[in-house]
Each structure stands twice: as C-alpha cells, then as structure tokens.
Design a protein around this ligand. Structure first.
Ligand code: ADP
Ligand code: ADP
Length: 218
C-alpha cells in the first residue's frame, strides 16, 4: 500500500512542489497521475522512489514511513519499486540483455538466475529475439519496452512510470498501457504519470490530478 499523509515538498529555490498531498493506493491498484508540466508529478514519484524526501508529512509503504529507513536499507527498498522513465535511460554501450540484467547484478543473483529472469522479462515485453541488440538500433517503442523489462525484472511489487509514453505515437502508447495492464493483472501496484488523457479516459482506472502541487481531483 502506498499512502501519502499530508505530504509537502518544498525546494528551497523553487517553493512548494507538493502541498499537503494525501491519498492511499491499495496493493494491486493501478492509477494514473495527471497534471500540467510542473504540477509535481515527478516529485511525487521521486518521493516514493526515495530520490527525494518530504519537507513535511509522511510517505508510508505498507504502513512503514520510508523516510525513517536508514541509508543502508535504501538499496534494498529500491528493489521493491521498479521505475520507468520517459527517456528510458538505457546504457547505449550495453546490449539489451545487459541493460535489463542491471538490477539483478546489483542484487547479486547468480548468472544462471539472471539469464532466466532477463529472458522472462524480455519475453513479457515481446523482445526476446533482440537480447543481443544495442539500444540505439531499436525503435522508440522497443527502447521503452526494454526500459519496462528492466523495471520489472526483479519482480517489484510496485511500478512507477514517469511519462512512459511521452515520446511515442498513440498506437505504441496503447501497447505500453496494455503492458502495464498485464502487470496489473498479476497483482503489481502501478502509479503512472502521464499526459496521455485521450488514452487514459478510455481505461477504467483511478486518476489522481495534481494542480500546482495540490491534489485537485481523485
Ligand atoms: P511535473 O513532473 O508534474 O512536471 P515536477 O515534480 O517535475 O512536476 O516539478 C514540480 C515543481 O518542482 C516545478 O516547479 C519544478 O520546477 C520544481 N522542481 C522539481 N524538481 C526540482 C528540483 N530537484 N529542485 C528544485 N525544483 C524542482
Ligand atoms: P521530467 O518531469 O521531464 O522527467 P524532471 O523531473 O527532472 O523532468 O524535471 C521537471 C521540471 O523540474 C523541469 O522542468 C525542471 O525545470 C525542474 N527541475 C528539475 N530539477 C531541477 C533542479 N535541480 N533545479 C531546478 N529545477 C529543476
């Protein structure tokens, strides 16, 4: 469960990016996060990923205030949360396989286990045949699917996505949303920041809308 309890995030030089934001997302739920550029969507996701800390209020994951986690527990916590970015952040000089394997190498899995899981993740996103390819030889949609395979390879119970279809045309965007729905179907909790209102209005999920740092609509 993801719970925000009156979370305010203030950047010293920019003022409040989030103000008194409260909501609860139950385990297994899928929800969208919308709002104009600068509304605070990335900040909200970065707070859950522990890349930022709230100025006031609490972020609770399964009832635990993550801001009380000691620094040495943060890498372990991050394995619990898969992140997908708009620009997918793949390493260009590494193969598709190696990019997807990164979280597992960090987790210290055996080579055998890594191969099994990477191939399972690439299979889920339909890219098994491209494991040896370099990311720059792939289309935008394929690159984003590699980014998603990397986010899910360690089987995190939570997936956060920040504008995952920002660079994709409507058809490819639909494919990416369909992939997220499949993860939702197997019990993953998903929070997806998106501008893609045309598509999300056709899908039956909750939408949280931020307006200048305030949760304006739920
Ligand atoms: P969104 O993802 O909805 O576009 P952001 O969370 O990126 O919104 O930004 C919300 C506000 O916080 C903006 O005013 C932005 O300039 C500011 N902001 C975001 N990240 C930082 C940062 N690291 N330092 C200072 N200000 C930031
Ligand atoms: P995006 O939301 O496109 O993934 P970011 O979250 O990094 O990108 O940044 C969103 C907005 O926050 C940007 O428009 C930028 O102006 C602002 N921002 C990000 N980091 C900083 C920072 N360190 N200082 C000031 N503003 C920032």
């Amino acid at each position: 469960m993801i719970q925000f309890d009156r979370v305010t995030k203030r950047y010293p030089e920019r003022g409040e990016a989030l103000r008194e934001v409260s909501f609860t997302l139950a385990n297994g739920d899928m929800a969208f996060l919308t709002g104009h550029s600068g509304a605070g969507k990335s900040t909200l996701l970065r707070l859950i990923g522990l890349f930022e800390r709230p100025t006031r209020g609490q972020v609770l994951i399964n009832g635990v205030n993550i801001n009380t986690l000691p620094i040495n527990k943060i890498p372990l916590y991050r394995r619990y949360v898969g992140m997908v970015f708009q620009d997918h952040r793949l390493l260009p000089e590494r193969s598709v396989f190696d990019n997807v394997a990164l979280p597992l190498i960090a987790a210290g899995l055996t080579r055998r286990e890594i191969e099994k899981r990477v191939r399972a993740a690439l299979d889920q996103v339909g890219l098994l045949q491209l494991e040896c390819a370099a990311p720059i030889t792939l289309s935008c949609g394929e690159q984003q699917r590699v980014g998603i395979a990397r986010a899910v390879v360690a089987r995190p119970p939570i997936i956060l996505a920040d504008e995952p279809t920002g660079n994709l045309d409507p058809e490819l965007s639909r494919e990416i949303f369909a992939l997220f729905e499949r993860f939702h179907g197997v019990g993953v909790t998903l929070l997806i920041a998106t501008h893609n209102l045309d598509i999300i209005h056709t899908l039956p999920y909750r939408t949280l809308r931020l307006q200048q740092g305030v949760l304006a609509d739920d």
